[in-house]
Design a protein around this ligand. Structure first.
Ligand SMILES: [Zn+2]
Length: 127
């Protein structure tokens, strides 16, 4: 397993811990502020999708890498990574543009590129 794959696996595992803690806290507030409490736990599905995110493509440079993933059931994601002295770090996260389906191009009148992603095919995403 490549070191970036190990890094990403560790990241997803830690993110999942945070997601579970967040959801537990969120659920604990519900009875105080809402009239109903869902019978099914919608957080389980949300957490499972995020936990299942996996690498589908890895482009490796000397000190930078691009990791494309399956996303979280809502479209592809990509992570731009930088190598620091003590290992890899995520520089930014992007989501495939849902308007042009990652192509970057939607021809509308004079415009040749997608106005939502400015032709890149990607939009700012979150972790
Ligand atoms: Zn677009």
């Amino acid at each position: 397993m490549h070191e970036i794959e190990q890094f990403f696996s560790r990241y997803v595992a830690e993110r999942t811990k945070r997601d579970r803690a967040y959801w537990e806290y969120h659920s604990s507030l519900r009875p105080q502020f809402f009239t109903t409490v869902p019978q099914d736990d919608p957080g389980k599905e949300w957490i499972a999708k995020r936990e299942a995110e996996s690498i589908i493509k890895l482009e490796l440079g000397a000190d930078r890498a691009e990791v494309r993933t399956s996303g979280e059931g809502m479209g592809l994601k990509r992570y731009i990574l930088s190598r620091l002295a003590d290992g890899w770090r995520i520089e930014r996260v992007e989501c495939a543009c849902p308007f042009c389906n990652e192509s970057g191009g939607i021809a509308v009148g004079e415009r040749k590129s997608c106005k939502f992603c400015k032709g890149s095919g990607w939009r700012k995403g979150s972790d």
